[in-house]
Write a protein that binds this ligand. Sequence first.
Ligand SMILES: *Cc1c(COP(=O)(O)O)cnc(C)c1O
Length: 424
Amino acid sequence: MNFQNNLEFARGLDAKDVLKSFRQKFFIPQHNGKDGIYFTGNSLGLQPKSTASYVQQELDDWAKLGVEGHFQAKTPWMPYHEIFPKQLSKIVGCKENEVVVMNQLTVNLHLLMVTFYRPDKQRYKIICEARAFPSDQYAFETQAKYHGLNPVDAVIEVSPRTGEHTLRTEDILSTIQQHGDSVAVVLFGGVNYYTGQLFDIKAITEAAHSVGAYAGFDLAHAAGNVELKLHDWDVDFACWCSYKYLNSGPGGVAGAYIHEKHAANKELPRFAGWWGYKKETRFKMEKGFEAIPTAEGWQLSNAPVLSMAAHKAALDIVEEAGVDKLHEKRKLLARYLHYVLNDINNRQAEKIIEIITPDKEEERGCQVSMLMLKRGKEIFDELTKQGVIADWREPNVIRVAPVPLYNSFEDIYRFGEIISSILI
Ligand SMILES: *Cc1c(COP(=O)(O)O)cnc(C)c1O
């Protein structure tokens, strides 16, 4: 498609957008009485208008039924988490017995590392991306220390080449090969939070397996954003949060995936709790942990129902929109945003914005990371003043993410206009 950077063209794309009515289902933060340009769905997805009624239902059931709500609520609380695998398995590409909603992201990362990172003298390294999200870095560092290892030896980061911002798949794969049978686990993001680079999950998983290591992924920036086929790609484990692209509210309940071949293995070591115990006899409250032979076997605690109600409201909207349609629109939004930014760059005497997110569609999701070569913070502050909600990452990156459920092509055009007016 030949794009044009003008309002009429952007509105034309919106007119043809089969998902355009979904914007009405969300509260859009206001700026001077008008919709702001919300480009931080990669940080905190917007609130669906339906969320309140889902949460209210649980509050009402609690008021009316008290403890009986565990069995008598409209959606009984005891098996509440069982409402998620059907929808989530489509979003992350797995079987229903491979996915569970529980805890929060970093907690799940630690729990999965307890199972899949069990270093010995020979095999003790974690291979990860340099500049992984800080919480992940701290998890890797402290897991290594917990096992009595020096993180400097145990945590191997793959960095971009000098002068480059993103990783080359060939460099990731060769690092894994180079460390060979000293690698215990390869643990990458799906999409890097800083650059927006989407990694080749399938190739990384194959490389990990070829040296006898497990492959795990933190999908915080991938779940609900890019196409995932965790089961077919043979990924061992993964986790994600629900409050970014999955619109389930601040600090919302998170998700985890464990490949069926491991999920059914009740012998795998884990930190257990009663909610992972086999359901038939859970309430006999007997000694001796017996795991549910699915991803549910990693649960610790009973379901946080209020947070899960918000998650359900958001997933029902994803289901109504259709995962495939979301991906189609997401790609077109990202292409249009890249086009508009390149058009602005071409009209400047001096380049100010360098897009560090890969240009190739298969290497990115919604997010575009703009490295500001000059006046970065000043431009960011001015964007904020003019109603653009983007995010600033030190030292000089502005991240923007138009998301298919509630952003429009007009949002992108208006963003371009505002940034051009600031650059003049
Ligand atoms: C957002 C994000 C987190 C946040 O972790 P919480 O446990 O949800 O606070 C962790 N890791 C990555 C990669 C993220 O993008």
